[in-house]
Ligand binder design. Structure first.
Ligand code: APR
Length: 237
């Protein structure tokens, strides 16, 4: 039985047509993304923040999971069927892994959900394209519901589950992430320190790459499907 953890970032969805923040120069309508994706921005100008996420949510209706998302779903199905442990952690807030059939720990939240900050009823699923106006909580009436997104300065979700998976990992793979945003950027090093074999797929070498990592250069759609075949052959036999 093998214990496998995959971490994905914006690069895995780039091949579906969703631009990474850093590719776009980190700007949206002249605002630095870091100035829009914060609790302070939501408190200061919720309409601006709402428009930003509404636009990103609308994009979800125009894109489909790509061959890398599908290959990772296949990896999960076959490893789990063989009795291995498999954890997919994504920093992406799109729903492309989910639509490909993966079980995902969405550590930075999800565009397709809204959160009530007042009552325990909490989560609200929303369509890809939603009304212009803010939405109110169907349980307590509080308005506005906020995007279920982990903003800059907030603590990522499900860190207990993630830590447990990474401390026991034997095979760790990072795909399409710049290794610049913590805590996710540290997972590679923690996995290495736990004795795991490590792989990294990206267009260029990320900041947190180490000579012990096997670097797989290229687009995730070109690299991951064939690599999944190799991993399955090696890990299951
Ligand atoms: N295939 C593989 N890798 C790719 C591809 C592709 N087609 N296109 C781009 N990449 C790589 C880039 O080389 C880069 O290393 O994906 C990485 C994307 O980096 P970022 O844009 O920094 O995305 P990510 O690491 O997911 O960002 C982390 O920061 O912006 C915040 O909260 C946001 O979740 C996000 C977090």
């Amino acid at each position: 039985m093998t214990s496998v953890v995959i971490l994905t970032g914006a690069g895995v969805s780039a091949d579906s047509g969703l631009a990474t923040f850093r590719d776009a120069g980190g700007l949206w309508e002249g605002h630095h993304v870091e100035d829009v994706a914060t609790p302070e921005a939501w408190a200061r100008d919720p309409s601006l923040v709402w428009r930003f996420y509404q636009m990103r949510r609308a994009q979800l209706g125009e894109v489909e999971p790509n061959a890398a998302h599908h290959a990772l779903a296949r990896l999960e199905t076959e490893l789990v069927a063989a009795g291995s442990s498999f954890t997919l952690i994504s920093q992406n807030v799109d729903d492309l892994h989910q639509r490909a059939g993966s079980n995902v720990i969405a550590m930075h939240g999800q565009l397709a959900r809204l959160r009530c900050t007042v009552c325990a009823a909490g989560m609200h699923d929303v369509e890809h394209v939603e009304p212009e106006q803010f939405l109110a909580c169907s349980a307590c009436g509080h308005s506005p519901l906020r995007p279920d997104i982990v903003w800059f300065g907030e603590i990522p979700l499900h860190m207990d589950l993630i830590e447990r998976a990474i401390l026991n990992v034997e095979k760790f793979v990072a795909i399409g992430t710049s290794g610049a945003v913590y805590p996710a950027a540290a997972f590679l090093q923690v996995a290495r320190a736990a004795g795991a074999e490590t792989w990294v797929n990206s267009l260029e070498e990320p900041e947190n790459l180490d000579p012990r990592d096997r670097f797989l250069a290229g687009r995730a759609v070109d690299v991951i499907p064939a690599q999944v075949d190799r991993w399955l052959a090696e890990w299951i036999g």
